[in-house]
Structures are given as structure tokens and as C-alpha cells.
Design a protein around this ligand. Structure first.
Ligand code: MSP
Length: 644
């Protein structure tokens, strides 16, 4: 294999605790676009994804369902694979951490670290956060609680194996300081550098309080810490430490794409493990932002997930991929919005791209019997379009190489926009009436067809099905070559053929109404509860931001079941003289009778939102609990009074 031309890209391996939501698909869609782009450029790409199947929480969730962990997990993994199939994700390998190949190799990795003298047995006593499966020191706690999830910690003690993370502190500082390319965006690098400079403690890498994990090879009473197990997937999938071929071909990885909350694992623990194994480090770790819904991270437990399968069914996979890659800026959080998605489908896909293709093909059929003519004349309009046609490919490539998917698409849409304007400038319908303008019309029709040919190549990494459909209508084969986008005047003599509209125009109001009906709370009843991310952390906010939230005491005067959803309760809440209708997904935790007369805390300035056809004018606060039911947050204040 030609190592110089290899490209290895990975996504995180997802927890198979519940069906994936659109937030999860974001990273995989980016990785897929990158993998397809690199393949198109001629790289020998290896694209890895998979599932992270061990750990106490998955064991607990399965047991609560009365199932063996693997039986429970198998079902979810199946749904994840189906989703990737529907989304046409072009992964080369899918690793499950329960697979034999992974289990054996993780044990091999443990042995390597042990033989290196980097693992020792000790006793750990510390403040333990169960949900995060992490020990913390007193000074790391925030307000006495787990700094990652904000929950209670308890003093616990256990015999455990430790990895000498502290030994690698200096080399990690060097890594961040001397190799700014390693972690991006810049802000994350500074954060990690500051974190390492605070001083690293050795890492507890075994657990003995549960057994759903890979046994420690030298002591089967223990299982290996889930992150050591999970991070190893990037090399066990290549055969390490058993076989060399995969590692020779693809290691070090070109990029690990990860969400911002797991950057720390990938840029501190993972490099230290690799240093201990004397393996090269990945060239780059990229931390992306989250897709938020109503300002919050999507999470099954918060009932605010968007189902990608539903969006794909309605709008098609290419529309969803386009929206995700175009709308959000890498590294930053972004608000998911149905309206923004529908507007983009209409304006960018149906109007700009779809119309350009259908107008061009129609004009070719009308004026030139469907055969693309030669270009014999060039005027100033032709010239200005041709400049952009020539430059587009390299501009797109530059943006892709810095993972600026949105800018890359923007560049393609500049070309599309220019071509649409070119039609208005050249007015081919006028040229067609004038015998003396034959050459000018030929040039116009050729340039338009040639622009679309270039566009079909440039969009291929993002929307390959649309690219191929365009090419069919343009009389081109499916053999897309990246280098062809650099040449002009390639369409002479080709017969075009009108086909279906690429993207039908949507009625925005009707679609929004419909999406509200398919409410996010709708689909969760029969599904599995989510195991929340082990390190889910909310960013710090300014006091001013906190001040924006209007919290008031509310008295529940009426409570009943939502007529259209079993899991929802509908309340009439008195706030002073005002009565609000508020809907909560708490029918599993309370009966309507129990709620009547309760004084609760209400977020009163949350934008009203329709939930299964009825408006909810605020939000009642509840506290999480371990039994999957929620508890009330009550107040003995006067209804309508502020809560500060
Ligand atoms: N299993 C670990 C990763 C181990 S990698 C060696 C894990 N799994 S996860 O399922 O909780 O998250 C997987 C990825 O999904 C993370 O990168 C996370 O940031 C991403 N996302 C989960 N919700 C998301 C959004 N709402 N938006 C964008 N990405 C999100 O962590």
C-alpha cells in the first residue's frame, strides 16, 4: 500500500444506549464528507466508526430491562448500522468493543503498558462520581460536586490498577506547545494545555465493582476502565498489537473527529497511552461543537432529540447532509432549527441548484435539440463566470483541508449563484431570436452545462446521489474525477436529458406545522432510556446570561393527561393573576391528581412551543433521580413571585 497517499479518519465510537439522534449524525456526516473528498482526490482512505459497548451504565440499563447487556446492545447496534446505511455513510470498518478482535487486543495493549512499567496496582480512595465513573480530588470538585456532571460524589475505596499518566505530563505540555496543529480549534488547545499544566494524576484504569468490561489480563477480578478500552479502538481495528499490516498502512491517523466534551480523553489520555506504547501520535484531533435544541444539548433524557430517520424520510438524505454541513461552523455550537433547514432546502437546493440544472437542460433541449454546442466566442459575462469556474476546485479543496465544510459549500454556491446571474445577464431567450447571436448563445449554453458538470464534481463528497442524478441529466457517467473540475470546455457534443427536479420546493408553513406534530416527545415512549454521556458538561455562563432566565413560583390549579400523548401532562399554572398552560413529559412520574395544588418553579420566559398540537407557555423544573422518574422542585413562595 502506498503510505504516502493514505488517509485515516475516525469518528468517536458511540454508546449504544439509545437510538442515535441528529446531533450524533453530525460528526459522522462530517467524517463521511471528508472521507469521500479524500477518496476523490486519490487517497487510500480508511474511515473507521463503531460502538463503545462496555461500562457500568450499559450494564445497569440492560439489567433494568431484564436483559443481558449484549442482547440489549445488539439491538441498538443494529439500529445504528441501519441508520448509517440509510445515510449512505461510507465507513470502511465498524468496530464493536465487544468483538473478539478488540477484546484480545485491548488486553494486549494493557500488557504492553504493564511491561513498560506504566501500570501498577494500588488502592484508590477518593471522591467518586458514579455516573461519570470517575474519581476526583477535593480541589477538583465544583461546589462540592462532580466537576463534569454536577452530581453528588461519595468517598469510595477500591483496589485498582493505575496508569502512570503523570509521567507523561512534560511530553504532553510539549505536544500542545510545539505542535499547534495537533489539537484544533485553538481555544480547546489552550484549555487542554492549562489542564495539563495544573498537574496530572495517575489514572485509575481498572474497576472491580462490576464486570461488564474487558478483564484485566493479569487479574481477572478487574475489568479495564471503559475509556482505555474505547480509545484503543483506533488501533485495535488496524490489528494492533497482533498484526502489522494495518498499522503500517494507516497509523498514525490523520484525524480523530470528536465532540468537544471528549477532547480531553483524546488529547491527554490517548497520547499518553501511545507514548507509553512508543507509537506515533495521531496527526490531528478536531473538537467540534454540539447541535443544540432549544439551547440545550440533545439528549434522550431531556426529551429534546431530533430523529434523523424522520428527517431523511421527508427531505432525503442529501438535504439533511447539506444542511448539517452548510449551516454550522466547525468547532462552534449551533442551534438546530426546522425552519432554518426547510428554508435552506428551498433556497439553496430547490431554487439555486435545482433551477440552474432544470433551466439549463430545458434551454439546451429547446434551442439546441439537447446537444451541448461548442464555445466559440467569449464576452465579458462569459469571462467573469469562467474565472469562478476555474478557481472553484482549489478554493473548495483549501476549505476542506481546514475542515471548513460550510465555507467549502459556500464556495460552490458562489459558482451556482454566479451562473444563475449569468443567465439573467446573457438572456439566452433573446439571443435565440437573433441569428447573429448564435455563437454567443452557444457559448452561454456550453458554459452553463460546463458549470453544472463542475458543480457535480465539487458537491460529490457532500451529496453524491444528487451529484450522480445531475450527471445523468447532463449526459455524464457516474465516474466522478476530482481533477476534471479544473478543466473547462468539456461538454461539447454531449446529449443532455431532462429528469426529475433535484429537490421539490417545500411549503414552509405546512412543513413546520407538520414537524411540530411529529413532536420530539412522540417517539421516545417505546425506546430505551439514554445513558447520559459520561462526561457531559455544560459550559460556564456569564451572570448576565443567567439573569435572562425568568423563574417564578407557579401554583398548579389544574392537571390532566395530554389528549394526544401518554407521557405528557397538561397543566394550568397560576402565576399571580395570569394563568399559563404548560406541558411536561412527566406522566411516568406523577398522576395529574398528585400535581394539583403543588407550588412549583416555572421558567416563564421560554418561547412558547407546540407540543403535540397544544401550546406550552413555559417550563416547570424537575430534579433528575436514579429511578428514571423525576422529582418536583417546589417552593413555598407566593405564586407569581420571582425565584432568584
Ligand atoms: N463512547 C464515547 C466516545 C468514545 S471515543 C473513543 C462517547 N459516546 S457518545 O455516544 O456519548 O458520544 C459520541 C459523540 O457524539 C461525541 O463526540 C459527542 O460529542 C457527539 N454528540 C452527542 N450529542 C451531540 C450533539 N447534540 N451535537 C453534536 N455532537 C453530539 O462519548
Amino acid at each position: 500500500m502506498d503510505k504516502g497517499k493514505s488517509y485515516y479518519i475516525t469518528t468517536p465510537i458511540y454508546y449504544p444506549s439509545a437510538k442515535l439522534h441528529v446531533g450524533h449524525t453530525y460528526c459522522t456526516v462530517m467524517a463521511d464528507a471528508m472521507a469521500r473528498f479524500k477518496r476523490l482526490q486519490g487517497f487510500n482512505v480508511h474511515f473507521l466508526t463503531g460502538t463503545d459497548e462496555h461500562g457500568q451504565k450499559l450494564q445497569t440499563v440492560a439489567e433494568e430491562k431484564g436483559m443481558k447487556p449484549i442482547d440489549y446492545i445488539d439491538g441498538i447496534v443494529e439500529s445504528i448500522k441501519e441508520l448509517w446505511e440509510v445515510m449512505e455513510i461510507s465507513y470502511d470498518d465498524f468496530i464493536r468493543t465487544t468483538e473478539e478482535r478488540h477484546v484480545k487486543r485491548v488486553q494486549g495493549i494493557f500488557n504492553k503498558l504493564y511491561e513498560k512499567g506504566d501500570i501498577y496496582k494500588g488502592e484508590y480512595e477518593g471522591l467518586y462520581c458514579r455516573p461519570c465513573e470517575a474519581y476526583w480530588t477535593e480541589s477538583q470538585l465544583v461546589d462540592g460536586k462532580c466537576p463534569d456532571c454536577g452530581r453528588e460524589v461519595k468517598m469510595e475505596k477500591e483496589e485498582a490498577y493505575f496508569f502512570r499518566l503523570s509521567k507523561y505530563e512534560g511530553r504532553l505540555i510539549d505536544l500542545f506547545e510545539k505542535n499547534p496543529e495537533f489539537l484544533q480549534p485553538e481555544a480547546r488547545r489552550n484549555e487542554m494545555l492549562a489542564f495539563v499544566k495544573q498537574g496530572l494524576q495517575d489514572l485509575c484504569i481498572s474497576r472491580s465493582t462490576f464486570d461488564w468490561g474487558i478483564p484485566v489480563p493479569i487479574d481477572e477480578k478487574h475489568v479495564i476502565y471503559v475509556w482505555l478500552d474505547a480509545l484503543s479502538n483506533y488501533i485495535t481495528a488496524l490489528g494492533y498489537p497482533d498484526t502489522e499490516e494495518g498499522m503500517k498502512a494507516f497509523w498514525p491517523a490523520d484525524v480523530h473527529l470528536v465532540g468537544k466534551e471528549i477532547v480531553r480523553f483524546h488529547t491527554v489520555i490517548w497520547p499518553a497511552m501511545l507514548m507509553s506504547m512508543e507509537l506515533p501520535l495521531p496527526k490531528k484531533v478536531l473538537g467540534h461543537g454540539w447541535l443544540l435544541l432549544d439551547g440545550d444539548k440533545m439528549s434522550k433524557s431531556k426529551n429534546n432529540v431530533v430523529d434523523p430517520a424522520m428527517l431523511i424520510q421527508r427531505y432525503g438524505v442529501d438535504a439533511l447532509k447539506y444542511f448539517l454541513l452548510r449551516e454550522y461552523t466547525f468547532g462552534q455550537d449551533g442551534q438546530f432549527s426546522n425552519e432554518a433547514m426547510i428554508r435552506r432546502i428551498n433556497s439553496d437546493l430547490a431554487n439555486d441548484l435545482g433551477n440552474l440544472l432544470s433551466r439549463t437542460v430545458s434551454m439546451l433541449e429547446k434551442y439546441r435539440d439537447g446537444i451541448v454546442p461548442a464555445t466559440r466566442s467569449v464576452d465579458e459575462y462569459d469571462e467573469s463566470l469562467r474565472q469562478i469556474m476555474k478557481a472553484a476546485r482549489d478554493r473548495v479543496a483549501n476549505h476542506m483541508d481546514s475542515f471548513s465544510f460550510s465555507l467549502a459549500l459556500d464556495e460552490i454556491w458562489k459558482l451556482i449563484g454566479r451562473a444563475n446571474k449569468y443567465i439573467d445577464e446573457k438572456m439566452p431567450w433573446k439571443l435565440a431570436k437573433d441569428e447573429n447571436s448564435k455563437d454567443s448563445l452557444d457559448a452561454c449554453l456550453h458554459n452553463l452545462a460546463d458549470t453544472l458538470r463542475i458543480v457535480s464534481i465539487l458537491i460529490y463528497p457532500f451529496m453524491h446521489t444528487t451529484a450522480i442524478e445531475m450527471r445523468k441529466q447532463l449526459g455524464l457517467d457516474a465516474n466522478v474525477k476530482w481533477e476534471d473540475a479544473a478543466f473547462l470546455d468539456q461538454m461539447e457534443g454531449i446529449r443532455v436529458q431532462k429528469g426529475q427536479a433535484l429537490f421539490p420546493r417545500l411549503d414552509v408553513e405546512k412543513e413546520l406545522e407538520m414537524l411540530e406534530q411529529i413532536n420530539v416527545t412522540n417517539d421516545s415512549a417505546e425506546e430505551n432510556d439514554e445513558v447520559t454521556n459520561e462526561l457531559e458538561e455544560k459550559p460556564m455562563i456569564e451572570f448576565d446570561d443567567f439573569e435572562k432566565i425568568d423563574l417564578k413560583v407557579g401554583l398548579i390549579e389544574e392537571a390532566e393527561k395530554h389528549p394526544k400523548a401518554d407521557r405528557l401532562l397538561l397543566f394550568k399554572v397560576r402565576l399571580g393573576s395570569e394563568i399559563r398552560q404548560i406541558i411536561s413529559g412527566v406522566a411516568d412520574s406523577f398522576t395529574p391528581e398528585e400535581m394539583k395544588g403543588k407550588k412549583v418553579v416555572v421558567v416563564t420566559n421560554l418561547k412558547p412551543r407546540k407540543i403535540r398540537g397544544l401550546e406550552s407557555q413555559g417550563m416547570i423544573l424537575y430534579a433528575d433521580a436514579d429511578d428514571n422518574k423525576v422529582r418536583l422542585v417546589t417552593s413555598d413562595g407566593e405564586p407569581g413571585r420571582s425565584v432568584n
